[in-house]
Write a protein that binds this ligand. Structure first.
Ligand SMILES: NC(=O)c1ccc[n+]([C@@H]2O[C@H](COP(=O)([O-])OP(=O)(O)OC[C@H]3O[C@@H](n4cnc5c(N)ncnc54)[C@H](O)[C@@H]3O)[C@@H](O)[C@H]2O)c1
Length: 445
């Protein structure tokens, strides 16, 4: 169901004006401008607020007032948004989601909804207390290929699904970027089992229409970080890349002067908060893992095994569904990501292969639909239409996700983090009783 209301101009405020904000701003102001109005921009870094205001001015767009994080309440009071779009660093989402609800707004938040179980429970409590709505933007659901898989599974091609195996690979260009940014700190991103894998866990929850129950995980950091480089005999004289000529031949280096959006968004704004977007991936202080695996049992009984590695020569994923009538396999590859300040990915080439292996017959290659144009394999524009266009068609695939579905996904990663720390399996119901005893994802908001 669209967040925008038919016959009314919906007022949006955005908190978090970094790389991801540009696409949301353009959708609200340009693509769906007749249905919505951008009324406020807020960020801890006022330089990035000004960057987005400048972008709007260059497009002859509206003059939207800017606010600092400390002025969030003032922004709501002055600009009276209907909806707050939360695009800040992951570990800070909860404070804006909860405050927006308390001040009478609905919230649309980027994934992951939040990064630990206490914050997750606080969001669930705030929804109950205020009666307002939270929507989580799981854009991956909206790509044509994953929707194709959903259809095949829901048509019963392989019968009842008994187990699922997924391996996700991040290559050294895309994967390394998590170790240059705030994502490298577990207390900022929740680690990649929360920050990144929330997409993957959400897809599996949605494909299976099931709520996860129990998680056991292992994880280690064995490639990135100063200690691993030192173990291999590598030593670096620079703890960031930009401005260090000796980093010129380092294949992991990112020079923030190499692209205008990187320079304007991050380098030029370091003076406000000291945040460095180009930290050495082999420098000190990294606290997230780079090799992770887990097993999960769903409340429906389905078993799920998952692996994520972030230092590979290849990008993509394999997923296999094992059912009572056969096996469905999907392999997706993506040529190296082009890293920009705004997450543009026009140069990514995708390869995709899907096979149905019937129990007794020959494997059959299934014709996949073409990917649409736009970010994340064409998923972002479809998601934005679902949010910002009140006339968007009813979605037969039920791809909208509220706070409960947002929780069902992050809780796999949060439980995995606890399992890694304790060596024990973790029950999701113990972390978040709000999901009740419902077995199917479609029973959750
Ligand atoms: N769905 C997807 O595919 C996808 C892709 C990229 C990013 N994301 C998510 O989008 C969000 C933004 O990511 P990004 O790539 O734009 O990161 P970014 O670092 O470019 O921007 C984050 C912004 O948050 C601001 N910020 C940090 N702490 C804050 C606080 N306490 N109060 C106010 N502002 C604060 C920073 O100053 C920065 O401008 C993240 O949650 C990220 O996980 C989702």
């Amino acid at each position: 169901m669209p967040t925008a209301t038919r016959g009314k101009t919906t007022r949006y405020a955005i908190v978090g004006t970094g790389g991801r904000a540009s696409g949301f701003i353009d959708s609200i102001v340009n693509t769906y401008g007749e249905h919505g109005q951008l009324v406020g921009l807020c960020d801890r870094n006022i330089g990035r607020v000004e960057y987005q205001r400048q972008r709007l001015a260059e497009q002859s767009g509206p003059d939207v007032p800017g606010f600092t994080d400390e002025q969030f309440d003032q922004m709501i009071e002055q600009t009276k948004p209907d909806v707050v779009v939360v695009l800040t660093m992951d570990s800070t989402h909860h404070q804006y989601i909860i405050r927006a609800l308390e001040l009478g707004c609905d919230a649309v938040t980027e994934k992951p909804m939040t990064t630990d179980d206490a914050k997750c429970r606080a969001i669930m409590d705030a929804v109950e207390r205020t009666g307002r709505a939270v929507r989580v933007t799981f854009n991956y659901r909206f790509a044509n290929d994953v929707s194709f898989i959903w259809r095949k599974l829901h048509e019963g091609l392989i019968g009842e699904v008994i187990s699922v195996d997924m391996e996700y690979m991040l290559d050294v260009r895309h994967g390394a970027d998590y170790y240059r940014r705030w994502h490298r700190f577990k207390d900022c991103s929740g680690g990649l089992l929360v920050h990144k894998a929330t997409h993957h866990f959400d897809l599996v929850n949605w494909w299976l229409d099931a709520v996860p129950e129990t998680v056991f995980a292992f994880g280690r950091r064995a490639f990135y970080g100063q200690e691993n480089a030192a173990r291999r005999g590598e030593h670096y004289s620079y703890d960031r890349y930009t401005g260090y000529p000796e980093a010129a031949n380092d294949p992991f280096a990112l020079d923030l002067t190499s692209k205008e959006s990187l320079r304007k968004l991050y380098l030029d704004n370091e003076k406000y908060d000291g945040y460095r977007r180009d930290q050495n991936v082999f420098g000190p202080g990294v606290t997230i893992e780079d090799s992770m695996c887990l097993v999960t049992r769903y409340r429906t009984g389905v078993l799920f095994s998952y692996a994520l590695n972030t230092f590979l020569p290849k990008e993509g994923y394999h997923v296999a569904f094992n059912g009572t009538k056969g096996r469905l396999t999907f392999n997706s590859g993506a040529s190296p990501h082009i890293i920009t300040g705004e997450g543009s990915e026009t140069d990514i080439k995708y390869t995709r292969e899907c096979y149905f292996h019937p129990q007794w017959g020959k494997p059959e290659k299934l014709e996949m639909p073409k990917l649409a144009k736009g970010g994340h394999g064409g998923a972002d524009p479809v998601l934005h239409r679902q949010i910002f266009d009140p006339g968007a068609p009813v979605d037969p695939l039920r791809r909208d996700a509220g706070h409960e579905q947002g929780a069902a996904s992050i809780l796999v990663g949060i439980a995995a983090n606890q399992s890694i720390a304790t060596g024990k399996s973790v029950n999701i119901a113990d972390l978040c009783p709000h999901l009740g005893d419902r077995k199917h994802l479609s029973e959750l908001l």
